[in-house]
Design a protein around this ligand. Structure first.
Ligand code: NDP
Ligand code: 2IT
Length: 460
C-alpha cells in the first residue's frame, strides 16, 4: 500500500468512526424520536466522504453541533370553541440553526405534530435553506391542533392564541415562519394581524406566505409545486426526457400537490391521480385541476367529491393505494413516509422513471434504497421542494425593499434557483465520489455551506 493510499484509508476509518460515534450520541439523546432519527441517519450516511476529506469539520465538532437545535420553544395554547368549551393544544417552534440567517421555516397544524416531527422538519430545513443560496437559517413550528371541521372563528381564535405566545420569539431578523400542512394564507393572515397588534406596528417581513394583496409575494402559493416540477425537469433532461406525454401521479391535493399538478400539466404531462388522507381518485382522462381547486381551495371538501362531477373517475379509500397506479413520474406531495418499501416496489414494478419529493421526507430509507438499486431518477425533498422557501426568502427581500416583483419576475428567479440547486447537487455528488446521486449531492452541498459558516462563526 502506498503512503497516500494508507493515509486515505486512515481518513476513511476516522470519518466512519466519527459518524458512528455521533449517531450513537444522537440516538441516546433522542431515543423515541423516530422521524428525527430517520432524517439524521440519511444525512450521516451521506457525509462519510466529506469527513474523510475534511478532518477540520471533525475537529470543530460540526456533526455534534448541527444535530442539536439551538433552541426549542414548547408552549400551551388555550382557546375556546364556538360552544364556549376550552381546549388546550401544544405549540412548538424549533429554532435549529441560525448560521446562515434568521430561522426560517413553516408552521404545521396537524394532530400528529410532536417533538420528533418538528425536529426532523427543522433539521431538513437547515440543508434545504442552505441549498437555495439565500441568507436564511432553519426552523419549524406547529401544533397538534386539528383544523379539520373547525369554523373560521375557531381557527382565528386558536391561531391568535398560538401566535400570542410565539410572538416573543420571532421577528423579521430573528425567526420568520410561513405555512406548511394545515397552514395557508388565511392562517398566516391571522398570525400576522395578531403579531402586529401585539407589537404595535407593521413588521412586514415577520411572516411569509402572506396574501399577495396584503404584503405577500406573487408566486409564493405556486412556488413549492412549480419548483418541484422544475427540479424534476432538470433530472429528466439527463435521460433526454421531459414531462411532455408522461403519465404522472401526485399524492395529496393541498398546496404543494395542486401546483405540482398545474405545472406538470402545463408542460404536457397527463396527471391521472391525486389524493387526500381519506383516499385517492384515478381519472384515466387526466385530472381536471379546476375541479380539484374548487373542491379544495374554495369549498373545503374531500377529494372523493371529485367523482360527482367526473363520472368516469374512480375513488378508492386508503390513500396509500395511489402508488399502485402505473406512472412514469411519481410526485409524493402529501406527508412524511407515505412511500414505504411496498409502495416503492409497486412503482418500480410498474416501470416508474422518476420520483420527485414535493413533501418533506415522503420516502422511507428502504424505499429510497430500492429506487437507488433500480436506477430510478430520484429528486430528494431538500432539493426538489426548496422552491417554496426560496420564494419565501424573495418575499422577505420584497418586504424589506417595500416593493413587489411581478409573477413573471418571481417565476423566473424560482426557475433559476431550482436549476442552480440541481447543478450544486450534481457537482457535490461528483466531487465526493457518487456521480448522479442527488441524495448524497443535496446532503453534501447543503452541509458544506452551513458547516463552513459554523467553522467561521466559532464554537456555539
Ligand atoms: P396542505 O395542508 O396544503 O396539504 C396537505 C395534503 O396532504 C392534503 O391533501 C392532506 O389531506 C394530505 N395529507 C396530510 N397528512 C396526511 C397523512 N397523514 N396521510 C395522507 N395524506 C395526508 O399542505 P402542503 O401542501 O403545504 O404540504 C404538503 C407537504 O409538502 C408536507 O410534507 C410539507 O411539509 C411539504 N412542504 C410544503 C411547503 C409549502 O410551501 N407549503 C414547502 C415545502 C414542503 P387531508 O386534507 O385529508 O389532510
Ligand atoms: O418545508 C418547507 O420548506 C416549508 N414549509 C416552507 C417554509 C417557508 O419558510 O417558506
Amino acid at each position: 500500500m502506498t503512503k497516500l493510499n494508507s493515509m486515505q484509508t486512515d481518513n476513511k476509518k476516522r470519518a466512519n468512526d466519527y459518524v458512528h460515534e455521533v449517531y450513537e450520541l444522537v440516538k441516546k439523546r433522542n431515543p423515541d424520536e423516530k422521524e428525527f432519527l430517520q432524517a439524521t441517519r440519511e444525512i450521516f450516511d451521506s457525509l462519510r466522504p466529506v469527513f474523510a476529506k475534511h478532518p477540520e469539520y471533525i475537529a470543530n465538532g460540526i456533526l455534534e453541533r448541527i444535530t442539536e437545535p439551538e433552541r426549542i420553544i414548547t408552549f400551551r395554547v388555550a382557546w375556546e370553541d364556538d360552544q364556549g368549551k376550552v381546549h388546550v393544544n401544544r405549540g412548538f417552534r424549533v429554532q435549529f440553526n441560525s448560521d446562515l440567517g434568521p430561522y426560517k421555516g413553516g408552521i404545521r397544524f396537524h394532530p400528529s405534530v410532536n417533538s420528533s416531527i418538528m425536529k426532523f422538519l427543522a433539521f431538513e430545513q437547515i440543508f434545504k435553506n442552505a441549498l437555495t443560496g439565500q441568507p436564511i437559517g432553519a426552523g419549524k413550528g406547529g401544533s397538534d391542533f386539528d383544523p379539520k371541521g373547525k369554523s373560521d372563528r375557531e381557527i382565528m381564535r386558536f391561531t391568535q392564541s398560538f401566535i400570542t405566545e410565539l410572538s416573543k420569539y420571532i421577528g423579521p431578523d430573528r425567526d420568520v415562519p410561513a405555512g406548511d400542512i394545515g397552514v395557508g394564507k388565511r392562517e398566516i393572515g391571522y398570525m400576522f394581524g395578531q403579531y402586529n397588534r401585539l407589537k404595535g406596528g407593521y413588521e412586514a417581513g415577520v411572516f411569509t406566505g402572506k396574501d399577495p394583496n396584503h404584503g405577500g409575494s406573487l408566486g409564493r402559493k405556486e412556488a413549492t409545486g412549480y419548483g418541484t416540477v422544475y427540479f424534476v425537469e432538470e433530472m429528466l433532461k439527463e435521460k433526454n426526457l421531459s414531462f411532455d406525454g408522461q403519465t404522472v401521479v401526485v399524492s395529496g391535493s393541498g398546496n404543494v400537490s395542486t401546483y405540482a399538478m398545474e405545472k406538470a400539466i402545463q408542460l404536457g404531462a397527463k396527471v391521472v391521480a391525486c389524493s387526500d388522507s381519506g383516499g385517492y381518485i384515478y381519472d384515466k382522462n387526466g385530472i381536471d385541476l379546476d375541479t380539484v381547486k374548487r373542491l379544495k381551495e374554495v369549498e373545503n371538501k374531500r377529494i372523493s367529491d371529485y367523482t360527482k362531477d367526473h363520472a368516469d373517475a374512480e375513488y378508492h379509500e386508503d390513500c396509500s393505494g395511489i402508488w399502485s397506479i402505473p406512472c412514469d413520474i411519481a410526485l409524493p406531495c402529501a406527508t412524511q413516509n407515505e412511500i414505504d418499501e411496498i409502495a416503492a416496489s409497486m412503482l418500480v414494478t410498474n416501470s416508474v422513471k422518476a420520483i420527485g419529493e414535493g413533501a418533506n421526507m415522503p420516502c422511507t430509507l428502504e424505499a429510497m434504497a430500492l429506487f437507488h438499486e433500480n436506477g430510478i431518477l430520484f429528486g430528494p425533498a431538500k432539493a426538489a421542494n426548496a422552491g417554496g422557501v426560496a420564494v419565501s426568502a424573495m418575499e422577505m427581500s420584497q418586504n424589506s425593499m417595500r416593493l413587489s416583483w411581478t409573477t413573471e419576475e418571481v417565476d423566473e428567479k424560482l426557475h433559476l434557483v431550482m436549476k442552480n440547486i440541481y447543478v450544486s447537487c450534481m457537482d457535490a455528488a461528483e466531487r465526493f465520489g457518487h456521480p448522479g446521486n442527488l441524495v448524497m449531492g443535496a446532503n453534501i452541498a447543503g452541509f458544506l455551506k452551513v458547516a463552513d459558516a459554523m467553522v467561521a462563526h466559532g464554537l456555539s
